[in-house]
Design a binder for this molecule. Structure first.
Ligand SMILES: Cc1cc2nc3c(=O)[nH]c(=O)nc-3n(C[C@H](O)[C@H](O)[C@H](O)COP(=O)(O)OP(=O)(O)OC[C@H]3O[C@@H](n4cnc5c(N)ncnc54)[C@H](O)[C@@H]3O)c2cc1C
Length: 329
C-alpha cells in the first residue's frame, strides 16, 4: 500500500474534525486489544463523515471505518492510514405513510450509521414497531450491522432493511436497496469490498429500516426475553462475540466444547467456560494481545479439525498489519 508523503492534519479542522496521530485503538474495541491508528479522527455528523472520507481520498490516504469495534481484531502493530471513528448518531422514526411508496404504509426508521444498533432497536420497541426485537442487546453500530448482516434470535438485518445510503469505492453516494447488498449469513457485498488493511472501501452513511406496527406488550416481551437470554448465556468479559461462524448444520460452540477446549488459554485470552464460541479477555486492556487471540483461534481450529474434520472459519475480522503469511481461513 502506498501512503501519501505528508499529511496536512489541520485540513479537516475546516469542517470541525480533529485528526490525531498514533492513537491506541484497544479502548475502541470490545476485545480491548490491538495497536495504534497511524491517524485517527472521530466524526459526529454525516456531513463530517463524507468530507473526511473525501479529504482522505483526495490525498490518497487509506481509511478504515470503526463502529463499535465489536467484530474487529486489530493487529498489535495497529492500522496504517486513517481510522474513522463513527459517532454519527441521529435517529428519526417517520410514522406517516411515505408518499414515495404509497402502497406500503409501514413507518420508516432512519438511522445514521454510528447509531448504536441496540439503542435503535430499543427505540423501535418503545414505538411499538416490530422487526428489530432481536437486536436489543446487539453490540456495535448500525453501520457495522448493515455491513455484517448482523443477526440473532432468528432475525437479521436483511429482514427489515429497506435501503442504505452508501458512499461506494469510487466516492459516489447512492441510496442502495437492500436487495443489492447481496446479503447472506453474516456477510454482504459491502463486507467483501472492505480492505483489511484500510483502503478506499465503501462507507455506510445511514440506513432506512421499515418496520410494522404491532402489539406493544408483545413486542416488549419478545425484546425482554432476548435480552434475558443473552444475559444468561453470554460472558460479560471483553470479547468479540462469536469467534467462528457456525458450520452448516452445527454450532461452532458445540464443537469447541466437545473438543474439550472450554477454558483453554493463550496468554491473556481464554475460551469462555460459559459459551465456548466466545474468546474472552478477562484482564481487559493491557493484559492480552491480538497475537494471543490469533494463536488461540489457530489452536482451536486445529484441535476441532483433528477431532471432527470440521474447519471452523473466523467470524471476527482481522484488521491491520499482520506478520507475513498469517492467514486465517
Ligand atoms: C458480546 C458480543 C456479542 C455479539 N453478538 C452478536 C450477535 O448476536 N449477532 C451478530 O451478528 N453479531 C454479534 N456480535 C458481533 C458484532 O456485534 C456485530 O458484528 C456488529 O454488527 C458489529 O458492529 P460494529 O459497529 O461494532 O462494527 P465494527 O466491529 O466496528 O466493524 C465491523 C466491520 O464493519 C465495517 N464498518 C463499520 N461501520 C461501517 C460503516 N459505517 N461503513 C462501512 N463499513 C463499516 C468495519 O470497517 C469492519 O470491517 C457480538 C459481539 C460481541 C462483542
Amino acid at each position: 500500500m502506498t501512503m501519501p508523503a505528508a499529511v496536512d492534519l489541520n485540513a479537516p479542522a475546516r469542517f470541525g474534525v480533529t485528526v490525531r496521530e498514533q492513537v491506541p485503538l484497544a479502548a475502541y474495541t470490545t476485545m480491548k486489544v490491538g495497536g495504534p491508528a497511524e491517524y485517527f479522527a472521530a466524526v459526529a455528523t454525516v456531513d463530517q463523515l463524507i468530507r473526511l472520507v473525501r479529504w482522505a481520498r483526495s490525498i490518497e490516504l487509506p481509511y478504515y471505518l470503526l463502529g463499535g469495534g465489536s467484530n474487529v481484531l486489530i493487529s498489535d502493530a495497529g492500522l496504517r492510514g486513517l481510522v474513522i471513528y463513527n459517532r454519527c448518531r441521529q435517529v428519526r422514526i417517520d410514522e406517516a405513510p411515505c408518499c414515495v411508496y404509497p402502497q406500503d404504509d409501514r413507518p420508516f426508521v432512519f438511522a445514521e450509521s454510528g447509531v448504536s444498533m441496540a439503542g435503535l432497536a430499543r427505540r423501535t420497541v418503545t414505538a411499538a414497531l416490530t422487526g428489530l426485537e432481536w437486536a436489543v442487546s446487539l453490540p456495535g453500530t448500525v453501520g457495522g450491522a448493515v455491513v455484517n448482516n448482523a443477526g440473532a434470535y432468528g432475525g437479521e438485518v436483511k429482514d427489515n432493511l429497506f435501503d442504505a445510503m452508501v458512499m461506494d469505492s469510487n466516492g459516489d453516494i447512492e441510496e442502495v436497496p437492500a436487495e443489492r447488498l447481496i446479503y447472506a449469513y453474516r456477510t454482504s457485498v459491502l463486507k467483501r469490498q472492505i480492505p483489511v488493511r484500510g483502503g478506499f472501501g465503501p462507507v455506510v452513511l445511514s440506513a432506512n429500516f421499515r418496520l410494522a406496527p404491532g402489539d406493544a406488550a408483545e413486542i416488549a416481551a419478545t425484546a425482554e426475553r432476548n435480552l434475558q437470554h443473552r444475559r444468561r448465556s453470554q460472558p460479560v468479559e471483553p470479547s468479540l462475540g462469536s469467534t467462528f461462524v457456525n458450520p452448516p448444520g452445527d454450532y461452532a460452540g458445540r464443537l469447541i466444547e466437545a473438543a474439550g477446549l472450554k477454558g483453554a488459554a493463550v496468554g491473556g485470552i481464554q475460551v469462555s467456560r460459559q459459551h465456548a464460541n466466545f474468546f474472552i479477555n478477562p484482564g481487559g486492556a493491557g493484559s492480552a494481545s491480538a497475537a494471543d487471540v490469533v494463536a488461540l483461534i489457530e489452536h482451536v481450529q486445529r484441535t476441532v479439525e483433528d477431532r471432527f474434520g470440521v474447519r471452523l472459519s473466523p467470524e471476527v475480522q482481522l484488521v491491520g498489519e499482520w506478520p507475513a503469511g498469517q492467514r486465517l481461513a
